[in-house]
Design a binder for this molecule. Structure first.
Ligand code: OGA
Ligand code: MN
Length: 289
């Protein structure tokens, strides 16, 4: 059976239907792979996956990465070290079962503070609060194509520092010293405009705002330019808002998108299982014209 796709927004994303991910054929998985690469974000509704099935689907796209170290360390369900729990729920001892709490998670690319960030992340919804907790995505290829000429010129040939101190929930990563000097804080430098390895397209690569820094500028000029770049990239023309239902599986191209999450009522429960596909190459600069 061929898969069916329909666009989620002007800038990015496809909803894929007609497939049970626990039983997808090789042809369907190839088509899913292409849809993911071309659109930056794919969503599937109404899935019912065990942890094994989530892992088996994820492994079709590459090697899995262990979960990132978050404010509570690495959070996995018992026996599944390659699955990472995103949740505000606490167990019977009062310990958090997952990462990111119930607050806002600010715009970010996953683990862009590494030299080779993951290629993809997959988030699967097990429990969803009645309100809030929507996840937003923005398409960095569309944002790049629409960059005003002066902004494009200001970042041409430059690299940006991606901070590894704080996670998107604003929490300090376990084992890291707090530091708000972007030159000194741990992280990685990546080209501001990268060439997407699969599509060849130019993509703006901002990663995370806090402790970010544009190479070759002084701090004030870097802050001012970053503010303009972030306002541009996260504007309504380039974003899609995902309203979750239990059984949704969302897979994003981490090289071509950023995401953020709305806060939700801490008394409500939200439980997501997540896998991550290991990056295969360093981000490389899009050749200047
Ligand atoms: C993630 C993430 C946001 C969410 O899993 O990388 O940022 O909506 N999650 O839970
Ligand atoms: Mn994330």
């Amino acid at each position: 059976m061929p898969i069916l796709t329909s666009p989620l927004s002007a800038a990015l994303g496809l909803e894929v239907s007609g497939v049970d991910l626990a039983r997808a054929s090789g042809d369907q998985l190839d088509a899913i792979h292409r849809a993911w690469e071309q659109s930056g974000l794919i969503i599937f509704r109404g899935q019912r996956l065990t942890n094994e099935e989530l892992l088996a689907f994820s492994r079709r796209f590459g090697e899995l990465d262990p979960p990132p170290v978050q404010e509570n360390g690495r959070m996995s369900p018992a026996g599944y070290p390659d699955i990472y729990v995103v949740s505000n729920v606490r167990d019977e001892k009062g310990e958090p079962i997952g990462a990111l709490g119930a607050g806002e998670a600010v715009w970010h690319t996953d683990m862009s503070y590494l030299e080779t960030p993951p290629d993809a992340s997959i988030l699967y919804a097990l429990e969803i609060p009645p309100h809030g907790g929507n996840t937003w995505f923005c398409g960095m290829q569309a944002a790049c194509a629409a960059l005003p000429a002066d902004l494009r010129a200001a970042i041409a040939g430059r690299r940006i520092k991606h901070d590894g101190t704080y996670n998107s929930g604003g929490y300090l990563r376990q084992g890291v010293t707090p530091d708000d000097d972007p030159q000194r804080a741990p992280g990685a430098w990546h080209p501001a405009i990268c060439r997407h390895p699969a599509t060849g397209a130019a993509v703006l690569f901002l990663g995370r705002r806090r402790n970010s820094f544009i190479e070759g500028l002084d701090r004030a000029a870097s802050e001012a330019l970053l503010d303009r770049l972030w306002a541009h990239a996260t504007g309504p023309d380039f974003t899609y808002e995902h309203r979750w239902q239990v059984g949704d599986l969302v897979m994003w191209d981490n090289r071509a998108t950023m995401h953020r999450r709305d806060p939700f009522d801490p008394a409500a429960r939200r439980v997501m299982h997540r896998t991550q596909i290991r990056g295969t190459r360093h981000p490389v600069a899009f050749p200047a014209a």
